[in-house]
Write a protein that binds this ligand. Structure first.
Ligand SMILES: Cc1ncc(COP(=O)(O)O)c(C=O)c1O
Length: 384
């Protein structure tokens, strides 16, 4: 069913004040988020420590359940963490790297944090393999699959590449990894909320992401999905007292793991951040990712056609099946052009080596796309 764009625009105050096209970076805040944050403050102020057993302790699991349909996973499989790095760190801590299976295979096009985190595991014996890509837009799939073998422990891979919005073939990677006994950690951050995914059916072992982009949540609410049949066989070492089966026993010594998803918890949950993520999760689930995707494809196609007609080069796949929610437009003096667009109220961003990233979401209109392209043509013309 078509999205009632005008109705949803009323739920996102910022769209009344500017042309907001940056949902791959920080999605618009839903009006309802202010109510949730007020609820958090009211609980803290009015209930004090009783808030822990009147909802706060379970809020991570419950909020993960609001996200589950968007990722295509079952209830009670998601735990909440500060950010992607923390979630990846917990995954990495489930394995050892001093035996024959010690390779971590990543694309050189991966989001830098993923490289930084796993680089640190060299000290535990991990061998890091960066698979090159001759094309800066696309994952070189065959080369990537060929790098995964019987010595591979983990394959961290973004479902949507942050610089080009290219959608990687996660199913092919999972299939190859499983054939040789390796595990795949999908970073779904640039896809969740705009690109349909069915992680359960795909057999993804792990997925990590955060809330501030297409999910329209606040910062500090990262998430970790672990495949349910795998979860309770794992012994993560990066955990804390909230991962204990009876945390309030305060038992010392080795942990007795809680069942999943609490098994993957560290310490005190990031309660206010989790509150800040709820409204976005609810709205995305209510509209449904297939409807969001249909709208996104219509808007990005319009944007790409207009950009090409104006003579701009696109650093984004043309094929709808390969493109996530953003369009990357290569212009000379990209950083300065982005600053000027923002000054004129067209909110986008710029990434070196990629270009101006423009990201329409379900609350954007055709008029906004036309306004953004008009402004881009003006600004590039002025700065030529
Ligand atoms: C694909 C991808 N992964 C990870 C991150 C960083 O996530 P976090 O700041 O939650 O660690 C980003 C942020 O832009 C991203 O695009």
């Amino acid at each position: 069913m078509a999205i009632d764009v005008e109705r949803w625009r009323r739920e996102f105050p910022i769209v009344e004040t500017c042309t907001y096209l940056v949902s791959h970076s920080l999605g618009a805040m839903p009006r309802k988020t202010a109510d949730y944050l007020q609820q958090f403050a009211d609980m803290w102020s009015g209930r004090g420590v009783r808030a822990w057993y009147e909802g706060w302790w379970e809020i991570g699991r419950e909020t993960g359940n609001l996200l589950a349909p968007t990722l295509g996973v079952r209830a009670n499989t998601i735990s909440m963490h500060q950010n992607v790095t923390v979630a990846q760190g917990i995954v990495a801590s489930c394995f050892s790297y001093d035996g024959p299976r010690r390779k971590i295979v990543m694309t050189e096009l991966e989001f830098p944090s993923n490289h930084y985190l796993f680089e640190g595991f060299r000290r535990y014996g991990a061998e890091i393999v960066y698979v090159p890509s001759s094309d800066p837009i696309r994952l070189d799939l065959q080369r990537f699959l060929d790098a995964i073998d019987e010595t591979t422990a983990l394959v961290p891979l973004s479902l949507v590449l942050f610089k080009s919005a290219f959608i990687t073939d996660a199913r092919a990677v999972i299939e190859k990894a499983h054939r040789v006994g390796a595990r795949v950690v999908l970073d779904v951050y640039q896809g969740a909320g705009t690109v349909p995914m069915d992680l359960d059916a795909w057999g993804a072992d792990f997925a990590v992401g955060g809330s501030v982009k297409w999910l329209c949540g606040g910062p500090g609410a990262g998430y970790l999905y672990v495949r349910p049949d795998l979860a309770d066989t794992l012994s993560p070492s990066f955990i804390g007292w909230a991962a204990h089966e009876s945390p309030f026993d305060f038992a010392t010594g080795p942990v007795r793991y809680a069942p999943s998803p609490e098994r993957f918890q560290s310490g005190t949950p990031n309660v206010p951040s989790i509150y800040s993520a709820r409204a976005g999760y609810e709205i995305v689930a209510e509209i449904g990712v297939p409807a969001i995707r249909a709208r996104s494809l219509a808007l990005t196609r319009r944007l790409m056609d207009a950009a090409r007609a104006a003579g701009f080069r696109l650093n984004t796949p043309d094929d709808d099946r390969e493109r996530g929610g953003s369009v990357i437009i290569d212009v000379p003096n990209g950083a300065a052009v982005a600053d000027e667009l923002i000054r004129r109220g067209v909110i986008i961003d710029y990434r070196p080596g990629a270009g101006i990233r423009v990201a329409p979401h379900f609350y954007n209109t055709e008029e906004e796309i036309d306004r953004a392209i008009g402004a881009l043509i003006d600004v590039v013309g002025d700065s030529a």
